[in-house]
Design a protein around this ligand. Structure first.
Ligand code: DAH
Length: 324
């Protein structure tokens, strides 16, 4: 029994400790057997032996408990040390990868850069003038309801679209010009198909009055969509945007069912992918341009990327899996 106590002091692991406990007070343990032997004794001797055994038992249990908590602390420390996360190792052995949104933006810019469209960037926080006013969306005009956004206390807005880049560019340059502007935009939306932050690409071409027509716009957008999505059909539907007149929405035949009708295209065979039109004269007035004509268009990058890479859940773009 003494030797078990000594062994107890020397154990290194919880497993060894449990083994010793079984040896001591398991069904066939030394102590258990010793208690069983008591029945063969009588009177004073029995009493004395019983006291002795109880003391031993208490002693054993108290050493056992101390040892147990000591070993538990030690093993936890070892485990933590082994599983330590070194955040600087996160990308080890794994090459970084461009985000799908940025891959998509690059594809779009590739097409327009070849046609000499200059890549422009605006700011994410805008003055009301650039985001609305100059784009023919006056204060209190119902068209503001199309885009609900976030305002700062000093009445700046998180831009609701990339169209304000048109205004900055026209104020900074003289016509003729061609620009393409990718970037993040913000709206007060949040559901399965809308996130409060998303990306758009804006395009604008301006030249002397009469030189830019709706047929140019039609040709370019159809060619652009085919260059990205391949063999698809394109159609223009008359629509309304305050900053263009006439305005159109552009649909392409569904890339999943080739126009047959499926869940993605709500069984219409068509997917709405772009807004466009001839720049409204009020926009040219706001930036002081005269005797010009132009076309503009805007598209949602997430939608393009979802269709192109066949991704069916928008949220995947903005969530992070910490295991990777
Ligand atoms: N700014 C529009 C939106 O966010 C998209 C758009 C439509 C841009 C037509 C344009 C345009 O430049 O001509 O919904």
């Amino acid at each position: 029994m003494q030797s078990i106590k000594q062994q107890l002091q020397a154990v290194q692991t919880l497993q060894e400790l449990e083994n010793l406990k079984v040896q001591m007070s398991g069904k066939k343990g030394v102590l258990t057997l010793a208690f069983a032997q008591l029945k063969n004794l009588e009177g004073e001797e029995k009493k004395q032996k019983a006291q002795e055994l109880n003391l031993l038992k208490q002693e054993f249990e108290s050493i056992y408990e101390n040892k147990k908590s000591e070993l538990q602390t030690l093993e936890l420390a070892k485990k933590l040390e082994k599983e330590r996360i070194d955040v600087s190792l996160f990308t080890q052995n794994k090459a970084g990868k461009t985000h799908y949104i940025h891959l998509m933006i690059e594809k779009i810019l590739d097409y327009f850069s070849l046609l000499n469209f200059e890549v422009c960037q605006g700011s994410l926080i805008e003055e009301d003038f650039y985001n609305f006013e100059a784009l023919n969306i006056p204060k209190f005009h119902p068209a503001r309801d199309m885009q609900d956004t976030f305002y700062t206390r000093d009445q700046k807005v998180l831009r609701t679209h990339t169209s304000p880049v048109q205004i900055h560019t026209m104020l900074n340059k003289k016509p003729p010009l061609r620009m393409i502007a990718p970037g993040a935009v913000f709206r007060r939306d949040y559901d399965l198909t809308h996130s409060p932050m998303f990306h758009q690409v804006e395009g604008l071409m301006v030249d002397e009055k009469g030189l830019v027509s709706f047929s140019h716009l039609k040709f370019i957008l159809e060619d652009f969509l085919k260059s990205i999505f391949g063999d698809i059909q394109v159609r223009f539907r008359s629509s309304f945007f305050p900053f263009t007149e006439p305005s159109a929405e552009v649909d392409m035949s569904c890339v999943f069912c080739q126009g047959e009708g499926c869940r993605v295209c709500s069984h219409t065979g068509w997917l709405e992918v772009l807004g466009c039109g001839m720049v409204n004269d009020n926009v040219f007035k706001a930036v002081g341009y005269e005797n010009v004509s132009g076309y503009a268009f805007g598209l949602g990058v997430e939608r393009f990327a979802m269709l192109y890479y066949a991704i069916n859940d928008l949220r995947g773009f903005f969530e992070v899996d910490l295991r990777n």
